[in-house]
Design a protein around this ligand. Structure first.
Ligand code: PAN
Ligand code: ZN
Length: 193
């Protein structure tokens, strides 16, 4: 890997929550993540009532796709719930087992991490939290706040994302609102890895 110009300035637009330039910009709506929320009836009720909210959006800057280079991205998770479950990202494993750094700019939520054997660990993730997610652990971010949860992330280019295991089996724990407060509970639908 060799670059003629050894640096690139990336604009961090904190008004519109965007990186400029961005290679990938994606909005994820409820209809694209039906299988990821545990309460299928709540999902269908929302969609059949014509509600298909954007759950989160993210954008990424990637100078090259070669492993060894770095990606920086920014995610915004909107506030809301599907049934009792808070809005969250789909969650994934990295295909190349690379680690990742998360830095929370705004809001408050939780980082849920799951090993390939189904062990789950959670971390509070609030403004100013700088969190290292170890290689080999699946990860999902949950917004438990009334406003937007906004964070930056950094990971190696070419890591690849595997959504399959999470889509099929979910996380062993869910983050739900109970008495207006976030609670970590067992996922009744989880059947193990
Ligand atoms: C993050 C996530 C981003 C969106 O960039 O990709 O927040 O979440 P999902 O990819 O699970 O939909 C990251 O962990 N990248 O590796
Ligand atoms: Zn990741």
């Amino acid at each position: 890997m060799s670059f003629e110009i050894p640096f690139q300035l990336i604009k961090l637009d904190l008004k519109n929550f965007l990186l400029e330039p961005a290679k990938r910009v994606k909005e994820v709506k409820l209809s694209e993540m039906k299988e990821f929320f545990s309460d299928s009836k709540a999902v269908e009720d929302m969609l059949s009532a014509g509600r298909d909210p954007v759950i989160y959006k993210y954008c990424e800057f990637e100078a090259s796709e070669e492993f060894g280079d770095m990606i920086v991205g920014l995610t915004v998770i909107y506030p809301g719930r599907v049934g009792k479950e808070y809005f969250m990202t789909r969650g994934h494993f990295h295909e190349k087992d690379s680690g990742e750094i998360y830095y929370c700019l705004r809001g408050s939520g939780m980082l849920l991490m799951q090993s390939k054997h189904g062990k789950v660990v959670h971390a509070e993730f609030t403004r100013g939290s700088l969190c290292h997610v170890a290689p080999g652990w699946g990860h999902r971010t949950i917004n438990t706040w009334r406003g937007r949860l906004v964070f930056l992330f950094f990971y190696p280019s070419g890591s690849g994302h595997d959504y399959g295991i999470i889509k099929e089996k979910g996380f062993a724990k869910l983050v739900i609102a109970e008495g207006g407060r976030p609670q970590l509970v067992d996922n009744p639908k989880y059947v193990g890895q």
